[in-house]
Ligand binder design. Structure first.
Ligand code: DCT
Ligand code: MG
Length: 516
C-alpha cells in the first residue's frame, strides 16, 4: 500500500485520493545493479536526454543526473568516442579504460529488450589515439543520423513507449488531483500493455476500449512526431519533477509535496536541511531509510520477509493463515513493499485484535522494527456495505518498516546492504475476520486498476456491490422480520476468490492475470 495512504488512512473521513505507487511516483526500481548510466546532453539536447533518462529509469536502469565515479556507461548521440573524450577532458575527468562509451542505439535497443543488450562494435564509440589513452574497443562503423532516426521511430511505435507516455501523463494528473484524467490515462497504459500487437497507426486503435478522446490525440502525436509534446514538457516541468521527487519519500503525500514546492524547495537535501520544517514520524523514517526504501524489494527479499511474518504470526496464533498479497501474489518480481493478509478460523475477537500488536512488539524486542503504525479495525458487520468508496477497508492493519538481515536472503546484492548487512523493507500487515478472507484476499491482491474495474463491473453490469469485506446483490432483499416488516441486504457468501468470480458471472482470473 502507498505510504501516504498509510500515513492518513482512515475510513471515517473522506480524503483526497492518494498517490498510487502503480503510476510510479516512487523512484523506479533498479533492476540492473551493475550498470550505472550517464546520458550526455551534448548534441542530444536536454529534452531528449530527459526523456531517455526517464524511460531508462522506468525500465529498471540506474541513470545518474551527474557524471560521477560510479558511472560505468556513458551514452551519447551524434558524438564520436573522441568527442566524448574531449568533453570529459573539458570537465577535468579522466576516463578509466573500463568506462564504456556507447552510442544511443545501444540504449534504444536495451529499451526495446527491457534489459541490457550485448554491447557490440556497432554500439561502441570510436576514440582516436589523440584523445586519451583508452583503447578502441573494436571496429565501430559511423552511425548515420538518418539510420538512428529510423531506429528511434521504429522503437517509438510499439505499445511500450505509448504506455510509458500514459504512465507519465497519469502520474501528473495524480499530482494535480485530477482523478478522472488519471484513470483515463492509467486505463490507456493498461490496455496498451495488454495488446498483442504494436500500434503503428491510429487505425490500429479503432475498436479498442479506452483509447479514444484525449488518449487518441496523444497516440496520434506520438505516431506522427515520435513523441508527445505534453510528455516532453512534463519531463522538464519543475512542478512534476519536484512532486515526483518529494513523494518518493515514505510519508510524503501530495499536500506536503505541494507545500515544499510552493516554498521553493526543489531537492531533498535542501528540504532535509531546512530548520523551519517539521517532519512527521513517518517522514523522518522515510528520510532515514530513503535509499533502501526507493530501491525495489526483490522476490527473494519478499520471500524472506514472508518467513519472518509466518514465524511471528503462528507463534502467537498457531492456526492463523498468512497470505502474501499485493504485487508479489500477482507474480511481480519486484515491488515497493510486501503485503500480507492474516486471518484465523478459531481466534476470538480479542485474540484477533491483539495479534498484530504482539507480532510488532516481538519484532521490536528483536530490534527488527524500524517503523510501525497501527490502524485499529473499524469493521462492523452490521454497517456493511460501506459507503466510503475511497476507504480501502475497515480491517485492522499495520504499516511497517522492517530490518531484513542480509543472511536471510541468499541473493541479496543491493549495494545498500553491503555496508550495514541489512535492508529496510516496507511491509503491510492486514488482519481480517475469517468470513471476509476471500473478499479481503481479492481486494489486497490488486492491481488497483484491476480492483477498480472489477468493482465497476459488479456495480454496472451485475447491480452488485463488491468491496474488501463482502459482495451483496443490490437487486435482492431478504425479509428478516415479518411484523413489523424488516428487510435486509442479501450478502453473497464466498469461501474463495473463485466463488466471488462465480457470483459475478465471470470466469476465474488467476492473480498472475490481474496485473492490469
Ligand atoms: N489496493 C487497492 N486500492 C488502494 C490501495 C491498495 O485496491 N488504494 C490494493 C491493490 C494492491 C494491494 O492493495 C496492495 O497495494 P500496494 O502495495 O500499494 O500495491 P502493489 O500492487 O502491491 O504494488 P507495489 O509493488 O507497488 O507494492
Ligand atoms: Mg505492495
Amino acid at each position: 500500500m502507498d505510504p501516504e495512504q498509510a500515513a492518513h488512512w482512515s475510513p471515517r473521513k473522506k480524503r483526497p485520493r492518494q498517490r498510487s505507487a502503480s503510476v510510479a511516483s516512487a523512484p523506479h526500481d533498479i533492476r540492473f545493479q551493475d550498470l550505472v548510466l550517464f546520458i550526455l546532453e551534448k548534441k542530444m539536447g536536454s529534452t531528449r536526454r530527459a526523456f531517455l533518462m526517464e524511460l531508462a529509469r522506468r525500465k529498471g536502469f540506474r541513470v545518474e543526473n551527474e557524471l560521477s565515479d560510479s558511472v560505468t556507461h556513458i551514452v551519447a548521440e551524434n558524438n564520436s568516442g573522441s568527442d566524448v573524450m574531449k568533453w570529459l577532458q573539458g570537465q577535468n575527468i579522466q576516463a578509466s579504460s573500463e568506462l564504456e562509451l556507447l552510442d544511443v542505439s545501444w540504449l534504444i535497443e536495451c529499451m526495446g529488450a527491457g534489459k541490457p543488450v550485448e554491447m557490440t562494435g556497432r554500439h561502441q564509440l570510436v576514440v582516436s589515439d589523440v584523445h586519451g589513452s583508452r583503447q578502441n574497443p573494436g571496429p565501430k562503423p559511423v552511425r548515420k543520423i538518418a539510420k538512428l532516426e529510423g531506429v528511434w521511430r521504429t522503437f517509438c511505435l510499439p505499445g511500450f513507449i505509448l504506455q510509458d507516455a500514459f504512465d507519465i501523463l497519469a502520474e501528473n494528473c495524480e499530482f494535480r488531483e485530477n482523478e478522472a484524467s488519471c484513470v483515463e490515462f492509467m486505463r490507456a497504459a493498461s490496455v496498451l500493455k495488454s495488446l498483442p500487437f504494436p500500434i503503428i497507426s491510429v487505425k490500429d486503435t479503432e475498436g479498442i476500449p479506452w483509447l479514444g478522446g484525449k488518449v487518441k490525440c496523444v497516440i496520434e502525436e506520438i505516431i506522427e512526431d515520435g513523441e508527445s509534446s505534453e510528455v516532453k514538457a512534463l519531463l522538464n516541468d519543475e512542478r512534476y519533477k519536484s512532486f515526483k521527487l518529494f513523494t518518493s519519500v515514505f510519508g510524503v503525500g501530495l499536500k506536503t509535496a505541494e507545500r515544499w514546492f510552493r516554498m521553493g524547495f526543489r531537492t531533498l537535501s535542501t528540504v532535509k536541511l531546512d530548520k523551519s520544517l517539521t517532519f512527521t514520524r513517518m517522514q523522518k523514517a522515510g528520510f532515514l531509510h530513503y535509499e533502501d526504501l526507493v530501491s525495489c524489494v526483490t522476490r527473494a527479499e519478499a520471500e524472506a520477509v514472508s518467513v519472518l511474518v509466518q514465524q511471528a504470526v503462528v507463534a502467537f496464533l498457531p492456526d492463523a493463515l498468512v497470505s502474501m498479497t499485493g504485487g508479489f501474489r500477482r507474480g511481480k518480481k519486484i515491488g515497493h513493499d510486501v503485503d500480507f493478509l492474516i486471518t484465523s478460523p478459531e481466534a476470538t475477537e480479542e485474540e484477533e485484535q491483539q495479534l498484530l500488536h504482539k507480532v510488532t512488539n516481538f519484532w521490536e524486542q528483536k530490534g527488527l522494527l524500524l517503523y510501525c503504525d497501527h490502524v485499529e479495525s473499524t469493521f462492523e458487520k452490521c454497517k456493511l456495505p460501506s459507503r466510503k468508496v475511497d476507504a480501502l477497508d475497515h480491517f485492522q492493519k499495520c504499516f511497517l518498516i522492517l530490518k531484513l538481515y542480509r543472511e536471510r536472503v541468499d541473493s541479496v546484492k543491493s549495494s545498500q546492504q553491503e555496508g550495514k548487512g541489512w535492508k529496510a523493507i516496507r511491509v503491510d500487515l492486514v488482519m481480517c475476520p475469517y468470513e471476509c478472507r476471500a473478499f479481503a484476499l481479492l481486494g489486497w491482491t490488486g492491481s488497483r486498476q484491476f480492483e477498480r474495474d472489477l468493482r465497476r463491473y459488479a456495480t454496472h453490469e451485475r447491480k452488485m456491490r463488491l468491496d474488501n469485506h463482502a459482495l451483496y446483490d443490490k437487486t435482492k432483499v431478504k425479509v428478516v422480520f415479518f411484523f413489523p416488516l424488516k428487510l435486509a441486504r442479501v450478502f453473497l457468501k464466498a469461501e474463495s476468490e473463485e466463488e466471488i468470480f462465480a457470483h459475478l458471472g465471470l470466469e476465474y482470473i488467476e492473480p498472475l492475470e490481474r496485473n492490469a
